[in-house]
Design a protein around this ligand. Structure first.
Ligand SMILES: [Zn+2]
Length: 407
């Protein structure tokens, strides 16, 4: 049997959760799981740390200058906000495997849906659970059926995989949904961040238990000897409370003489459009913005004490492979603060991950399986987008996005 690759993405798995698991459940399933492989202790998300951009970046081993997905941008000429949705313009790993004549399958990895995985196509199956709202347990059950050569439904077809596909992606979003403090299954929206943390740990313990069961199946069937497993995530999660700083920063910029407005309030005099997401704020400037005006904007950013860090366009392009259509400035507030379009009620909290805080940037990731030494750690700072290209190159001799690699 040839080498195979299993990639499981647990959306929104902040490394801070693993640290809490380590304190509260040192013998729990997730710690047991990490002992079976190599844990990345300094794995980083990217800019921007939002689901669709990061999911595509990881699958392509490329940043938004190649995938053309950084969630949304303001188009000054068209005077509109452009959402990037599932844009994924670079070659992704499933396309690479197909290019090499291999078989692939995606269980709910939505960025691969119709790109290239298709329902009912055995060589590149897209597989959805029958449940209306499926969770980690439903999706991992399908994976287990696949491993155990039990029937798996894709579209109107049913397949029995006597040979496990060469590349399988599984996407799980329980932890992200809980992290956002949504109502989720039996868990109501919480008033306190600490209560929600406990919900997350409880669910992670159960997911960890399922993953240990999957590993056992792989060992029992002999698949484990040829399988490389990557379990990682797209971003972490950062809580925020109370008043939004959005009105304040717009007021400060206007007072400094830079006419600033929200996209829908732009006038003929507007010099800067402020485009909020949840936590971070993007500033898009008029095409004829001057160096002096940009200097004033920076001064305002430096003086606003709630801004932890701001990025300028050249740095974003150089250090984070940012698409040139990106903002002139990206403002990331201090932990707990936000630029959301409304205030958060006093009796609860909100959470999201478009933040440069550690809780969003420092993320979970590990590899297991053949050739991966058990109970080891990789401490070097590593970008999550570099993991799949490295595995495909070293384990399979496949080069993802070859045009990019040659540069
Ligand atoms: Zn996500």
């Amino acid at each position: 049997m040839e080498n195979k690759l299993l990639y499981i993405n647990i959306d929104g798995f902040s490394y801070s959760y693993l640290e809490q698991l380590r304190c509260q459940f040192p013998d729990g399933p997730f710690l047991k799981l990490t002992q079976k492989g190599k844990l990345y202790t300094n794995l980083r998300s990217g800019l921007v740390s939002i689901t669709n951009p990061m999911q595509s970046a990881i699958l392509c081993g490329a940043w938004s200058n190649q995938t053309h997905n950084f969630y949304q941008h303001y188009d000054w000429e068209g005077a509109c906000v452009v959402k990037h949705r599932r844009t994924c313009d670079a070659e992704n790993i499933a396309q690479l495997f197909l290019r090499e004549g291999k078989t692939v399958a995606s269980i709910h990895q939505f960025m691969l849906e119709n790109n290239p995985c298709i329902e009912g196509d055995r060589v590149r199956a897209y597989i959805k659970c029958p449940q209306e709202k499926s969770n980690a347990f439903h999706r991992l059950a399908v994976l287990k059926d696949m491993i155990l050569c039990k029937p798996v439904v894709s579209g109107d077809q049913t397949f029995i995989y006597e040979q496990f596909p060469d590349f399988v992606a599984v996407y799980i979003d329980d932890i992200d949904s809980l992290g956002h403090n949504n109502d989720y299954e039996k868990y109501p929206r919480r008033r306190e961040f600490s209560q929600r943390q406990q919900d997350i740990l409880e669910r992670l313990n159960l997911i960890g238990q399922e993953l240990l069961g999957i590993l056992q199946c792989c060992e029992d069937t002999g698949l484990y000897e040829k399988l490389t497993i990557l379990i990682t995530t797209d971003h972490g999660m950062t809580p925020f409370w109370g008043q939004s700083r959005l009105p304040d920063i717009i007021r400060r910029l206007n007072q400094a003489g830079i006419a600033t407005s929200l996209p829908e309030e732009r006038t003929a005099h507007t010099r800067v459009v402020a485009l909020p997401c949840a936590i971070e704020l993007s500033l898009y400037c008029a095409p004829d913005i001057t160096a002096a005006e940009k200097e004033i904007i920076e001064k305002v950013c430096r003086e606003a004490s709630y801004i932890e860090r701001y990025f300028k366009k050249p740095e974003m392009q150089r250090e984070y492979g940012f698409d040139p259509r990106g903002p002139e400035f990206l403002l990331s507030p201090e932990y707990g603060m936000h630029f959301y379009h409304r205030d958060i009620p006093e009796d609860t909290y909100a959470a999201s991950h478009d933040s440069f805080d550690e809780t969003s940037q420092h993320i979970f990731g590990m590899t297991l399986g053949c050739g991966v030494p058990a109970d080891t750690v990789w401490e070097k700072k590593t970008a999550v987008v570099d993991l799949l290209p490295k595995i495909t190159k070293e384990r399979f001799g496949f080069i993802l996005n070859p045009e990019r690699q040659q540069k």
